[in-house]
Write a new protein. Sequence first.
Length: 438
Amino acid sequence: MLTAFARAFRTPDLRKKLLFTLGIIVVYRVGTHIPIPGVSYKAVQQCMDEASANQGLFGLVNMFSGGALLQITIFALGIMPYITASIILQLLTVVIPRLEALKKEGQAGTTKITQYTRYLTVALAVLQGTGLVATARSGALFSGCPVANGIVPDQSIFTTITMVVCMTAGTCVVMWLGELITDRGIGNGMSILMFISIAATFPSALWAIKKQGTLAGGWIEFGTVILVGLVMVALVVFVEQAQRRIPVQYAKRMIGRRSYGGTSTYIPLKVNQAGVIPVIFASSLLYIPALVAQFAGGNSGWKSWIEQNLTKQGESPVYIVLYFLLIVFFAFFYVAISFNPEEVADNMKKYGGFIPGIRAGRPTAEYLSYVLNRITWPGSLYLGLIALVPTMALVGFGASQNFPFGGTSILIIVGVGLETVKQIESQLQQRNYEGFLR
């Protein structure tokens, strides 16, 4: 990986792309520290200092925003509205025929879907921004902080609208920065901004473990977490690269006097075909009842049950079992809507391709579906274990649930890192390919 970056810096045009990407990252990180109008910065910092390592319901969103959410800055919502909008559009593509037709139109259809994603991102940013402002005004953003009710001193309608508009505009700027990286930088811009947001919380989370440790001044706990993290990274890299290759043979075709086809290739089916999406779905779904209970008044039985079983991540057996089962369910669900064996089989048949030993058409689709179900089982179980085991282990060291070596974080960091390195290597190969000159 380091060799690829070193070679990229020696290539002039790639060096410009890397420096441009680094410049956008600097702008993004600066924006995560600029508070919006109407917020008492002193009160926010006091509550941040008194907050425990576990940031509760808002921990996941705060992690994706690089710590900007709880500081209520202009980039407080971060990249989450865009991620949510992209997932929603991807799910709707399977349900709405019009979107499915646009997806099949190629570049023009993709551009139209991207435009719909932007509109939905703005709508979600307004909705989430309104919810965040309402939470901050009520003092529920930092439960237990004595000055939580003073985070928004002026609670007039004009101030509230100004805060929501600022956060929505910040989300639009983040979306624009991500698209700039995609067009003029290296890799997928949204993924890189997500990577930076998570990595930004890495040093402080590590140092918090060292400060809370008791063995050798905390260095034993610190070293143990680093060692466990490296092992988990190696495991995730191994599984993320694993794939089942389905051999495909293309028959020869005579067009005029020339013969075409007759080549052999394969269909790569990844063990973790769904990526990190099932973990995000499961986390978001489990946050809903806890969020409802937080805003509900009184001390009813259902509220007490939710607070005891669905808010203690890594401690409640009910939460652990539900989280694991939801991850497995969403892994199968997402693979089912993102990979269509019948469409793949029809395309193979159209171009004269077949799997050796399998008839073209329906038998090929059934075979692909069978193989996909078989490899999705270990992939879904792997996702569940990766999301839970590091989290429960790190709780013993006093780390937060969204520590970078835990569950969602490690999957995103490794996935984006591998994707970016592949992008750089492919561009290096294009520029250094010698072909048949020698």
